[in-house]
Design a protein around this ligand. Structure first.
Ligand SMILES: C[S@@+](CC[C@H](N)C(=O)[O-])C[C@H]1O[C@@H](n2cnc3c(N)ncnc32)[C@H](O)[C@@H]1O
Length: 326
């Protein structure tokens, strides 16, 4: 639905903003960003390169401790892709007991209680729903209710909801202050996947992305197992995994570090990692999105793996806007 340009735009704040994937989705659905925060200096560089000098880089806990002066008094939606490590199966599963990260959700709750925006949008790993016998999710529901929000949640796979060839299941939690808005809100319908990994590969790729004899340990394994040009592979510590469904497995923050988890393909020249630009395409980022060349490959891979699938966010944000405006 086209955004009515005469209407005042709905506003949002972007917490744990990373490189701004959630912002891109909300902006394309007609929202205006009024505040962003992330304390990672490298992700913030990418954010600034794309959105101007508009991100606060303090620890969000300090922003709250200092009385929230930096956070606008009024905005319509609080959006937060809060750190997922405490809830993911890959992590150590401490959940709320993880003092450093798990309790960041309480920072979100605190801001909701104080600023009372009309809606809240959260993104996290799928496992959040089942973590600790669903106690974690129930606690989130309770805390939200206490702050004045009722929520709906759904796990969506990017390959079915964002038309990107990446299997990425994430939980999306949407809450509203009024039951009417909650009733009007629907998660998006699934759509046909029309894009393929082959279709988004770069034409010319730098030599550094290719494996060769110098990669003594990994190369023999790759040469043996990476056979098809139609598939995506992943090197997982000691073995090579083939993704049979032809889409790329979930891009993770640990991609690019020590060869672990990087999606690998075979092309006309040899066996190589997907480039950072290809990974950004797999997350549905526009071509115009700047990946700063002075940052290390590892850092950019991490930022993209940590981010979101932009078209999925855009669709949910669009439905939030409709629910708030109707
Ligand atoms: C899963 S990533 C979110 C990525 C983001 N949605 C995007 O599109 O790039 C979580 C982010 O939370 C940030 N973060 C973690 N703890 C924080 C804190 N205490 N204060 C501010 N930011 C924090 C991390 O730096 C990281 O970029």
């Amino acid at each position: 639905m086209p955004v009515n340009s005469n209407k005042k735009k709905l506003t949002f704040i972007d917490l744990f903003a990373g490189i701004g994937g959630i912002r891109l989705g909300f902006e394309s659905a007609g929202f205006e960003s009024v505040f962003a925060n992330d304390f990672d200096p490298k992700a913030s560089e990418t954010y600034k390169a794309n959105f101007g000098d508009s991100i606060d880089t303090s620890n969000i806990k300090d922003v709250i401790k200092d009385g929230m002066g930096k956070i606008p008094k009024k905005f319509d939606v609080l959006a937060a892709g809060f750190p997922c490590q405490p809830f993911s199966i890959a992590g150590h599963r401490l959940g709320f007991a993880d003092k450093e990260r798990g309790n960041l959700l309480f920072a979100v709750i605190e801001i909701l209680r104080t600023r009372k925006p009309k809606a809240v949008f959260l993104e996290n790993v799928k496992n959040l729903q089942k973590h600790d016998d669903e106690k974690t999710y129930k606690r989130i529901e309770e805390e939200m209710r206490g702050a004045g929000y009722t929520i709906k949640a759904e796990v969506l796979n990017s390959m079915h909801y964002g038309n990107v060839p990446q299997a990425r299941e994430r939980i999306y939690i949407v809450g509203f202050q009024t039951p009417r808005a909650l009733m009007k809100f629907h998660f998006p319908e699934s759509q046909l996947l029309t894009k393929s990994v082959l279709g988004l590969l770069e034409k010319s790729v730098d030599e550094r992305f290719y494996y060769n004899e110098e990669d003594e340990f990994i190369y023999p394994k790759l040469k043996k197992d990476v056979k098809s040009r139609e598939r995506v592979y992943q090197y997982r510590r000691i073995y090579v995994r083939e993704n049979k469904n032809g889409v790329c497995p979930t891009l993770t923050a640990s991609m690019g570090m020590g060869g672990h988890n990087v999606p690998i393909i075979k092309d006309h020249k040899g066996i190589r990692k997907l480039t950072m630009r290809e990974c950004a395409r797999l997350q549905g980022f526009p071509e115009s999105f700047i990946l700063p060349s002075h940052l290390s490959d590892t850092s950019i891979y991490k930022q993209i793996g940590n981010s979101v699938t932009v078209p999925v966010i855009a669709k949910i944000a669009e439905n939030i806007r409709v629910a708030l405006e109707s």
